[in-house]
Design a protein around this ligand. Sequence first.
Ligand SMILES: NC(=O)c1ccc[n+]([C@@H]2O[C@H](COP(=O)([O-])OP(=O)(O)OC[C@H]3O[C@@H](n4cnc5c(N)ncnc54)[C@H](O)[C@@H]3O)[C@@H](O)[C@H]2O)c1
Length: 338
Amino acid sequence: MSVKTYFVTGGCGFIGSNYIHYLFERYDNIRVVNLDKLTYAGNPANLKDIENCSDYVFVKGDVCDSKVVEEIFQKFRPDFLINFAAESHVDRSIGDPGSFIMTDMYGVYVLLETSKKYGLERFIQISTDEVYGSIEEGSFTEGSSLKPGNPYAASKAGGDRLAYSYFVTYKMPVIITRASNNFGPYQYPEKLIPLFVTNALEDKYLPLYGDGKNVRDWLYVKDHCDAIEFILEKGKEGEVYNIAGGNERQNIEITEFILDYLGKPKNLIKYVEDRPGHDRRYSLDDSKLRNLGWSNKYDFEEALRATIQWYVDNRDWWRPLKSGEFLEFYKRHYKMEL
Ligand SMILES: NC(=O)c1ccc[n+]([C@@H]2O[C@H](COP(=O)([O-])OP(=O)(O)OC[C@H]3O[C@@H](n4cnc5c(N)ncnc54)[C@H](O)[C@@H]3O)[C@@H](O)[C@H]2O)c1
């Protein structure tokens, strides 16, 4: 069998790095090219164990830069492109929407245009459940209307629909995935689970928005990577696939689970002013994907315990990240020192 080349963008981030690990654990005969701008969220340490592997190529660059994207196509002729690259933190999109519009929309355009020029087997656009907006009851299907409620979600919706338009207009082999909230190792510690675990480990406050009752559906990142690979192989061109965790929890439940696991007191929880436009509940119906034959492999509570333990065991990974710009953002955003 010929060696397949995966062009992964944003591979130094949370899900991208887990996906690259997943690929190398699963296959012997592949090549991975990772294009990452190394923003504050991109961390080469996430892939330290494979950085010298001959089947892995890292390119530092921007998905908005058509020259660098074209060079990759010319040199490596990828079979598959999986676009993880994004500005991904809702809180930051409220203060600085411009960078989100560039990467999450214009960047998708550059990748699509170049893919169209050179051709490939699959273009997977990693979208998100946030494009649907909030839902009080029931769950969104792939046919539900998109009502993104913050600049991050809106720019992701733009990239999502642009990718679809390249299927309709140019017959490109595009598939779009919309997953729910991920958790797992290598997640930048500004996001809820790693932030709360690492703060609790240092006996710092856990800033919980509003009444703590916003609901998220949690998907273990290893299940997410497995679902993406399944969709790449078995999914149909031009389709959207929701990927749910099937584990809806209020933020307060997750917070208390973390504190209980670590044996830390509940008075570390500090309720803070809700963020503007905070979606109340996300919920996905992913029966389309399940009917195709995919299912989660990990138990939620076991995966959550393993994730918390990973941050306990990997202080050298996250400690350097909670400094400099992180602290400035934290102070500005939560109106308190860390
Ligand atoms: N984390 C979640 O819960 C979740 C859920 C559903 C979908 N998603 C989507 O999955 C993808 C990955 O999310 P994540 O949580 O791993 O994000 P992340 O912020 O951890 O990683 C993003 C990566 O993209 C890189 N990047 C940013 N701008 C770039 C640019 N212009 N050019 C090249 N690289 C760039 C960053 O350096 C970083 O390595 C995103 O598209 C996100 O919208 C995330």
